[in-house]
Design a protein around this ligand. Structure first.
Ligand SMILES: *Cc1c(COP(=O)(O)O)cnc(C)c1O
Length: 337
């Protein structure tokens, strides 16, 4: 495997730290919990999309693009990181936001990631929930082309075989760090959505025969569909790297029991997990992804999914900017008189 063959720009802060969560591990009674800080990738409050965008933006520049088109949910972290990187590269950026939740309060529709999209100078336009966002992006790209622009369309979450390379690389980074820090990783756990993160991780870990299983905690699709999405992308990513067949269907495991009522809709488990991490570790999770991912990790610890005497790594995929789109989800006490 030679990742250096693939064009990559460098704007992330790598390697991201791998840190112990001592108070949380103690609170939950083991296993030893670690956190890989992909919320600290740098630009515009960071997050997991930065790793993918290092490869995607290199491809955009190779194709002489002057305009980036992408899409996501209203509080999309992917859209925000794309807007920041487009700004840094001097590219125009058009973002289409799908209203997946139906929330119409000003915090959700204008604060958090939406505020940051606009600060980075992206043009933002809304689409109704259930719209075919790939069709919407293609239509916009056609209009831009007719206007003489050269658009580059990035799929939702940056999840295609180019973007997933970012998480193949993260798998190498993580296993190297684990070796340096003396961890014997029993499991890697993270929130899975558009599938690129898990697909890249699984591909990278299998390519080096790491023997480390990944558990994705779903935030949207039911388990069979989520696992199929991850598997299809992992297979395509491996193929792109000349590693055909390295990922088997059984390597892809997602637990989608923590979605609740739907994508972007708070759950009691998410609220408890966000508060617990804030109060025990001083770490900010997010309401849509890492909060539900952590809720899944905590519940699976309680159900005995992990060996007590093992190292479990949670990948913090970022997203805390979305907290400001959900200020009323946490039922916090008022000021003390
Ligand atoms: C996009 C995102 C994820 C999910 O990653 P995918 O590659 O889309 O599966 C997880 N956490 C956060 C904070 C995200 O923004």
């Amino acid at each position: 495997m030679n990742l250096a063959r693939f064009p990559r720009l460098r704007f992330g802060h790598f390697p991201t730290p791998l840190e112990p969560m001592r108070r949380l591990s103690e609170r939950l009674g083991g296993p030893r919990l670690w956190i890989k800080r992909d919320d600290c990738t740098g630009l515009s409050t960071g997050g997991n999309k930065t790793r993918k965008l290092e490869y995607l933006m290199a491809d955009a520049l190779a194709r002489k693009a002057d305009t980036i088109v992408t899409q996501g949910a209203t509080q999309s972290n992917h859209a925000r990181q794309t807007a920041a990187i487009a700004a840094k590269l001097g590219l125009a950026c058009h973002i289409l936001l799908e209203d997946r939740t139906g929330y119409d309060d000003a915090e959700y529709t204008l604060n958090g990631n939406v505020l940051l999209d606009r600060l980075h100078g992206a043009s933002v336009s809304k689409r109704p929930g259930g719209a075919d966002m790939n069709v919407e992006m293609a239509a916009l790209a056609e209009t831009l082309t007719a206007e003489g622009r050269t658009p580059y369309v990035i799929p939702g979450g940056g999840s295609n075989p180019i973007g997933a390379l970012g998480y193949v690389n993260a798998a190498l980074e993580l296993t190297y760090q684990a070796g340096e820090q003396g961890l014997d990783i029993g499991h890697v756990v993270h929130a899975t959505g558009s599938a690129g993160t898990q697909a890249g991780l699984v591909t990278g870990l299998k390519a080096i025969n790491a023997g480390i299983p990944v558990l994705g905690i779903g935030v949207r699709a039911p388990k069979p569909q989520q696992e199929e999405n991850v598997f299809a992308l992992a297979r395509a990513t491996a193929e792109r790297m000349g590693l055909d067949g390295v990922v088997e269907r059984s390597d892809v495991v997602a637990n989608c029991d923590y979605v609740g009522q739907g994508y972007g809709i708070p759950t009691a488990g998410m609220v408890a997990a966000v508060k617990l991490l804030a109060e025990t570790e001083g770490i900010l999770l997010d309401p849509v992804y890492s909060g539900k991912g952590m809720a899944g990790l905590i519940d699976q610890i309680e159900r005995g999914y992990f060996e007590k005497d093992s190292d479990v790594v949670f990948i913090h995929t970022g997203g805390a900017a979305a907290l400001f789109g959900y200020p009323n989800a946490f039922d916090l006490p008022g000021y003390v008189a």
